[in-house]
Ligand binder design. Structure first.
Ligand code: BDR
Ligand code: CA
Length: 314
């Protein structure tokens, strides 16, 4: 199996932590950058370091933006707890950040064989784009977790990563560069919870125990996950779409990010009108190069996530 090179920009975060394991297991993880999102930057960075330490992932972690481009920082403590990774018992931190300049690292490591996978608010990416407007064309591709076609989680219409920094997301989408959008319509198809935690505990390794604790906490922390008995694996889906594209199906649709609406700020506006003629084409900042993921082979994706938690990182 060829392991694509991945650069993960994340805000761990329960599902980001699992995404890290998938990236290291199935990809060649060239680096991790962190951003303020699920928790403040110092916590998301500490969590990224702790997860890499527990899973023995040999990777540099570069911390990035402490706040969104314009908006006030918002966090998802109600989902991930004040630490951003409540649930597992975490050991004392023994690792340190490689730098506090994630933007420089992104600019430096962009290459045509590296996939960029953002799984948090897009602040670092937007800041890097301001320094190099061609940045996204220098990567093999970009697959991001964010947005939705049919409804939100942070607001009735906005998904958390886009809503937490809509201006950054708008700048990323408005580049017109090809993007793959792993939104809520897709990630809600891949759910894990107590049932998988039981399977993981049989493995009895530090990483498997951490993931089992993550699943137990995460599946109980939000009303949606509680109702379904399992939590959506948002961020691992973004990584696995790159490493196992055959398990995902997407459709190319124009997408723009709403930054101004009184009720719709942070919404990804997806033009799914069919047929769409030149007269009713979406215009303005719509990016018509977005592959919107719409179906995942959930059972196989879940098996891959469990394997990533159980089998040691190569
Ligand atoms: C996204 O928001 C965060 O809470 C998760 O880590 C995921 O990236 C889902 O809306
Ligand atoms: Ca995330």
């Amino acid at each position: 199996m060829t392991r694509p090179k991945l650069l993960l920009d994340c805000d761990p975060g329960h599902d980001d932590a699992i995404a890290m394991l998938c990236a290291a297991r199935y990809g060649d993880l060239v680096g991790i950058t962190t951003v303020s999102g699920n928790a403040p930057l110092d916590r998301t960075t500490t969590n990224a370091l702790l997860v890499s330490q527990i899973a023995e992932i040999d990777v540099e972690v570069h911390s990035g933006s402490e706040r969104p481009l314009m908006a006030d920082p918002v966090h998802a403590h109600h989902v991930h707890g004040p630490s951003g990774l409540d649930g597992p018992e975490l050991p004392p931190l023994q690792r340190a950040v490689a730098s506090r300049d994630a933007v420089e690292f992104l600019l430096d490591r962009a290459a045509d064989d590296v996939w960029l996978v953002p799984t948090g608010p897009l602040t670092n990416i937007a800041l890097a784009l301001r320094r190099d407007p061609a940045l996204l064309t220098r990567f093999a591709g970009i697959t991001l977790m964010g947005g939705s076609v049919t409804g939100g989680n942070a607001t009735p219409v906005a998904e958390f990563n886009i809503w937490a920094d809509p201006e950054a997301a708008a700048e990323v989408f408005a580049t017109g560069n090809p993007l793959t959008m792993i939104g809520l319509d897709l990630t809600h198809q891949v759910r894990m919870g107590h049932q998988e935690a039981v399977r993981l505990r049989e493995a009895d390794t530090a990483t498997a125990r951490m993931v089992a604790d993550i699943l137990d906490f995460y599946a109980a922390s939000t009303p949606g996950a509680r109702a379904a008995g399992a939590a959506a694996m948002h961020d691992p889906c973004a990584v696995l779409q790159v490493t196992h594209p055959e398990l995902f199906e997407s459709i190319r649709l124009p997408v723009a990010v709403e930054t101004r609406g009184r009720y719709t700020r942070g919404m990804t506006v997806v033009d799914s009108r069919v047929p769409r003629s030149s007269s009713d084409r979406a215009d303005g900042p719509f990016n018509d190069q977005v592959q919107v993921a719409r179906h995942a082979e959930a059972a196989r994706v879940i098996d891959l996530i469990i394997e990533a938690a159980v089998v040691p990182i190569p």
